[in-house]
Ligand binder design. Structure first.
Ligand code: DC
Length: 228
C-alpha cells in the first residue's frame, strides 16, 4: 500500500497537533510534534540559566547543542509519543506558558534549527509520518505529498490555549495568553531563518468555525485523494 508524508504547518494553537494525532492514528502513521523539540531545547536553556526575561546567552546554548539528546517514546496510555530530553521525560515541563514565552527566541537560532531539521528528516525517511510545526512543508519535507496550512483568528486560538492551560490548573489570564499568541505569531513570521510561511503547494484550512470532527473529515478527504 502507498504511504505518504503529511506536513502540517500553521500558527500557534491552531490545533495542528490534534489534527496530526487524529490522522496518524487513523492511518497507522508515526506522529511527530516538532514544536515539542524546540520547547525541549528551550527548557534546557532555562534549566541552565542561558535564557531569562532580559537575557539570552545564545553562544553558550549553541556550544551545548551537541550534548543535548532528544527522543520521543510512544505512550500507549496517552496515545502519543512523549518528549525526552537527555533521557528524562519533559512532556509536562515543556507545556508551560513560561516555555511558550521563550521558545520563539530559541527557535530563531539557526544552529538549533539545523540540528532539529536534520533529526526530523531522519525520522521521516521511510514516510508514513505526520509531522507538525512551522517549516515542515517548506524546509523539512518540501516533497511531502500532502501539505496542510492551518489558520484561525488570534482570539480564537488564545481562547483555546487559555481553556487548556486553565483545565491543567495553570494560573494565567486570557489576556496573557492572547499576548503570547500574538508575540509568537510576529516572531515566527518575521525570523530570518525559515520563517512561518505557507508553502506554494499547501492547502489552507481556517478552522475558526470548524470543530475537530469537521476538520478531520475535510482533511481525511484530501488524504484519500492523494492515496488514490
Ligand atoms: O507548535 P508549538 O507551539 O508547540 O511550537 C513552539 C514554538 O516552536 C513556536 O512558537 C515556534 C517554534 N517552532 C518552530 O520554529 N518550528 C517548528 N517546526 C516547530 C515549532
Amino acid at each position: 500500500m502507498k504511504t505518504i508524508t503529511i506536513a502540517i504547518d500553521g500558527f500557534s494553537s491552531t490545533g495542528k497537533s490534534t489534527l496530526a494525532k487524529q490522522l496518524a492514528q487513523h492511518l497507522g502513521y508515526v506522529y511527530v510534534d516538532t514544536g515539542a523539540m524546540y520547547r525541549a531545547i528551550t527548557f534546557f536553556a532555562m534549566q541552565n540559566g542561558y535564557i531569562s526575561n532580559d537575557f539570552f546567552d545564545k553562544e553558550t546554548l549553541i556550544n551545548a547543542l551537541p550534548s543535548i539528546k532528544l527522543h520521543f517514546e510512544f505512550s500507549v496510555e496517552l496515545g502519543f509519543a512523549e518528549m525526552f530530553l537527555n533521557n528524562t521525560n519533559v512532556e509536562k515541563e515543556i507545556r508551560t506558558l513560561e516555555v511558550s514565552n521563550f521558545v520563539s527566541k530559541v527557535a530563531e537560532v539557526s544552529e538549533v534549527r539545523s540540528k532539529l531539521v536534520e533529526q526530523q528528516k531522519e525520522m521521516g525517511k521511510n514516510k508514513a509520518i505526520v509531522m507538525d510545526g512551522r517549516d515542515i512543508g517548506t524546509v523539512v519535507f518540501p516533497d511531502a505529498e500532502l501539505k496542510i496550512f492551518m489558520t484561525a483568528s488570534a482570539e480564537t486560538r488564545a481562547q483555546r490555549r487559555f481553556d487548556e492551560l486553565e483545565a491543567k490548573g495553570d494560573e494565567v489570564t486570557y489576556e496573557e495568553v492572547l499576548e503570547n499568541v500574538q508575540k509568537r505569531d510576529y516572531i515566527d513570521t518575521h525570523r530570518e531563518d525559515s520563517p512561518l510561511v505557507m508553502a506554494n503547494d499547501a492547502i489552507e484550512i481556517d478552522n475558526s468555525y470548524l470543530n475537530k470532527e469537521e476538520q478531520f473529515k475535510v482533511v481525511l478527504e484530501l488524504v484519500e485523494e492523494v492515496l488514490l
